[in-house]
Design a protein around this ligand. Structure first.
Ligand code: G3H
Ligand code: 13P
Ligand code: ZN
Length: 309
């Protein structure tokens, strides 16, 4: 098995009423935890790499680790650039072996977003790589850039057909109330399913992507705080809402913050319980297992993509 593209994955997910998990990866333990979970429950997988991840671990290390995971597990894995902000980073990832890139033109005007996205699509498609675009703006933090609630904007369904037609994108990320990071909803969580349904009506059989989809699992926040951390209680996206979205047009669900919480909770607890430990393998082994457990739960209970390979 080699790196695969998402075209077939999304077609089957759309028809089957489930979603593929797109998990952010930054190092070996995260990649192993995610891929071992997916192998056990026979799930297709998207591993995604942000600009920050490429800076932290270097493109070549992440590629080699993912290739090793594919060799080890035999899983169909797509490798995706998360939130590419310009043509150059998308080109570097396409030339560097990714099978999918996101060009995030959501901070630009509608016209400029179309022009930039089309430039990336033309190059990507000439190399057999698929492209995710974004319309609408999520609140939250990516690569340390904070988008405030006031600057966030729901996707306007009236724009989606023109955007997809003029750019040729293969999938579309939309803003329906999710946000990046561990602090998502001040009040009760609410997603604009009316927008998702209208987008689906206008773009039949077209794969939609949900960013900012961590549930900010309270057990991990509690474990962090019980072991010396200081995280304010925060509400994430409820799992039943994600299930509902996956039954509609959402074929890709992005999860990063929950991985961070699981890993950090495990490491904090480990040091509290074992203050004398200093061998990284002692605390990274349980952290990797925590990621594996989390991902298995997501695949079975949230995404519904177990036994789909
Ligand atoms: O949406 C952003 C992802 O969580 C990646 O975060 O840019 O800090 O790597 P990062
Ligand atoms: P979370 O911060 O909710 O995990 O979202 C991750 C994401 O959207 C990556 O692109
Ligand atoms: Zn995102």
């Amino acid at each position: 098995m080699s790196i695969v593209t998402t075209t077939q994955m999304f077609k089957k997910a759309y028809e089957g009423g489930y979603a593929i998990g797109a998990f952010n990866v930054n190092n070996m333990e995260i990649i192993q935890g995610i891929t071992e979970a997916a192998m056990e429950v026979k799930a297709p997988l998207i591993l995604q790499v942000s600009a920050g991840a490429r800076k932290y671990a270097k493109h070549v290390y992440l590629m080699k680790l993912i290739e090793a995971a594919i060799e080890d597990t035999g899983l169909p894995i797509a490798v995706h650039l998360d939130h590419g902000e310009d043509f150059e980073i998308c080109k570097a990832c396409i030339d560097g072996g990714f099978s999918s890139v996101m060009i995030d033109g959501s901070k630009h005007s509608f016209e400029d977003n179309i022009a930039l996205t089309k430039q990336v699509v033309d190059y990507a498609h000439s190399k057999g790589v698929v492209v995710e675009g974004e319309l609408g703006k999520l609140a939250g933090i990516e690569d340390n850039i904070q988008v405030s609630d006031e600057d966030a904007a729901f996707t306007d369904p009236a724009e989606v057909e023109e955007f997809v037609e003029k750019t040729g994108v293969d999938s579309l990320a939309i803003a329906i109330g999710t946000s990046h990071g561990a602090f998502k909803f001040k009040g009760e969580p609410r997603l604009r399913f009316d927008i998702l349904e209208e987008v689906q009506r206008r773009l039949p059989n077209f794969p939609i992507v949900l960013h900012g989809a961590s549930s900010v699992i309270p057990e991990y926040v509690d474990m962090i705080n019980a072991n010396g951390g200081k995280m304010p209680g925060a509400k994430g996206v409820p799992e039943d809402m994600l299930r509902q979205a996956a039954k509609l047009a959402v074929c890709k669900i992005n999860i990063d913050s929950d991985l961070r919480l699981a890993m950090t909770a495990s490491i904090r607890k480990h040091f509290n319980d074992n203050p004398e430990h200093f061998d990284p393998r002692q605390y990274l082994s349980p952290a990797r297992s925590a990621i594996k457990e989390l991902v298995k739960n997501k695949i079975i209970n949230v995404l519904g993509c177990d036994n789909k390979i």
